[in-house]
Design a protein. Sequence first.
Length: 220
Amino acid sequence: MDATEKKRNAARASLEFIEPGTVLGVGTGSTVNCLIELLPQVRDRIERVVSSSRASTELLQAEGFEVVTLNEAGGELDLYIDGADESTKRLHLIKGGGGALTREKVLAGAARRFVCIVDDSKLVGMLGSFPLPIEVLPMAQAFVAKRLLKLRGQPVWREGFVTDNGNHILDVQDLQITNPLELENRLNQIPGVVTVGIFAQRPADILLISSDAGVRELRA
Ligand code: 5RP
């Protein structure tokens, strides 16, 4: 089975978590794009949709959904569905490969339930093989990069990329993320850091992992 088929299967499995009257948050990325294609099948169960990026908003609108802001939804979601770049069995994640990590973290925080959809290549023993995305204020980029070097990370500027919030991304290689909760906290203290791509303070609640053998579910 190819990677796209696995992503589609994970996305399909997440539809069962959409109950009648759901205020739904939609993430960003190729796995979520599969979900957006399937969402019209459960349109009657969706009360409102909030999106984590301009890219997902455009796709949702193309499927005929009216997208509202999180403020318009009252600051709360019943369910948030999104992909990830890496996940551990404890459902700690690295996100931000698509650069939408800030709005994704807000929606994950606002959601009563966060369902993460991945193919089996994303399940890891320890986070950090995937370079850790960090969204930074453009004026603080060099300063934050120096602080990251002191922590023995190798920050690489995602050149030419500007986030939906007008900021820059540093992709940090070579971090040994043995304690995701602690590192997320520590990196959040660096002035100029907008969002750290570790989702450990607010991990996923349910991880749907798609493989050749089918889709299995892990719960936090
Ligand atoms: C975007 C993200 C995505 O969830 C992550 O990059 C996974 O993307 P894909 O489903 O394309 O592998 O965090 O900011």
